[in-house]
Design a protein around this ligand. Structure first.
Ligand SMILES: Nc1ncnc2c1ncn2[C@@H]1O[C@H](COP(=O)(O)OP(=O)(O)O)[C@@H](O)[C@H]1O
Ligand SMILES: [Mg+2]
Length: 352
């Protein structure tokens, strides 16, 4: 079942663009905020990519630059104070940072849609959800009010909102948190995007509802072969959903891995710390491990590895040299596809 017929408004590939390129690729992205107190370096050379049908989870503590990266992709950064001094954001091989406003407009919002944590503040409280869903079709496709309403009901059905036809005139506050988040997913799905960026989509929900919303997102992604970037601070959320993970710390990717390998054998002490802080059923009653210390002040990121003041394994080199993300291999040197670590001591961490 399709929500609607595909609109054929993807810009044709042009010089520098390619059909073989990943759906979305972020290259060496830097974002800084110029504030009264100084320059906050929120994103410091991020690289990641996601393909159609693939889920990339971006994981990291609060303040690590996950949302700012997403905002740069969506073109919704506050500029100023934000600034992108360096980097590329390639959609199907075309850099959105240098394309014309008109080209960009066709991609952002239509080909790439975003879901936020807080549905209540993303929805307009004085308009019915049916009106807000229908607006997507009225504005972007020129449908009549009646046609748009029918589409809204179809979408609400698709995201499994019970009695959609009866509830289409209800207002956001009349829905539960989980149902509101389904409405947000419906809004994001309306124009059948190629890529959805979901920024902490279930963080505000109870654990059981979290799982239901995540299952729905995954189901739609598979059905429509979309790319999904799932941003979260909660490792527990992504295990069953993601294909690959990028772990962020102080605006850098510090580890990349296929999801199950990351759980089995982290190659960065920060990832290990995150894994050790997940509550486990068999450890009920025991004190939960938490990474000591706080994430760095982005106005003054520590020299060397930004994680060094909190790292149990730090040595002198960690305080002077910034570790680059390098491929991680087996002890015998054989490749571990998709794995990378930005730790001077990744070998000891993964094999030790
Ligand atoms: N509008 C802004 N003005 C100034 N600084 C900002 C702004 N937005 C984000 N930042 C800075 O960028 C850092 C990273 O933010 P963010 O990407 O939202 O982190 P998270 O990984 O929790 O999503 C924040 O800690 C903050 O210092
Ligand atoms: Mg965030």
């Amino acid at each position: 079942m399709t929500i609607m017929d595909k609109t054929a408004d993807i810009p044709a590939p042009r010089a520098g663009g390619s059909n073989d390129a990943p759906l979305l690729e972020v290259r060496d992205l830097h974002v800084e905020f110029h504030t009264r107190d100084g320059v906050a370096k929120a994103v410091n050379g991020v690289n990641y990519s996601v393909d159609s049908g693939e889920t990339l989870a971006v994981l990291g503590e609060s303040g690590s630059g996950k949302s700012v990266t997403a905002q740069a992709i969506m073109g919704i950064l506050d500029m100023p104070p934000g600034k992108i001094p360096q980097g590329q954001i390639l959609y199907r091989g075309q850099d959105m940072l240098t394309m014309s406003y008109e080209e960009r407009r066709k991609i952002r919002g239509q080909k790439i849609a975003m879901i936020f944590q807080d549905a209540l503040s993303s929805l307009n409280p004085v308009l019915s959800v049916g009106y807000q869903l229908g607006e997507m079709f009225r504005v972007h496709q020129g449908l009549s009010k009646k046609q748009a309403k029918a589409k809204a009901i179809e979408l609400m059905d698709r995201v499994k909102i019970p009695a959609a036809a009866q509830r289409v005139g209800d207002y956001p506050h009349q829905f539960s948190g989980g149902m509101r988040q389904r409405i947000m997913i419906a809004m994001a799905m309306a124009l059948e995007p190629d890529l959805i960026i979901a920024d902490e989509p279930t963080t505000a929900l109870d654990v059981t509802v979290q799982a239901q919303v995540m299952d729905l997102l995954k189901e739609l992604q598979t059905e429509f072969n979309m790319g999904l970037i799932l941003i979260t601070h909660d490792l527990g959320v992504v295990a069953d959903v993601a294909d690959k993970i990028a772990v962020m710390y102080a605006g850098r990717i510090v580890e990349t891995a296929p999801v199950h390998e990351l759980y089995k054998r982290p190659a960065h002490p920060y990832t290990r710390g995150l894994l050790d802080s997940i509550p486990r059923l068999d450890q009920k009653g025991q004190e939960l491990y938490a990474i000591k210390g706080l994430p760095p002040n982005l106005l003054k990121i520590p020299a060397g590895c930004a994680f060094n003041p909190r790292c149990p394994k730090a040595e002198d080199i960690c305080r002077t040299e910034i570790p680059v993300l390098v491929p991680v291999s087996e002890q015998d040197g054989s490749e571990l596809p998709g794995r990378g670590s930005a730790c001077h001591f990744w070998k000891e961490t993964i094999h030790g």
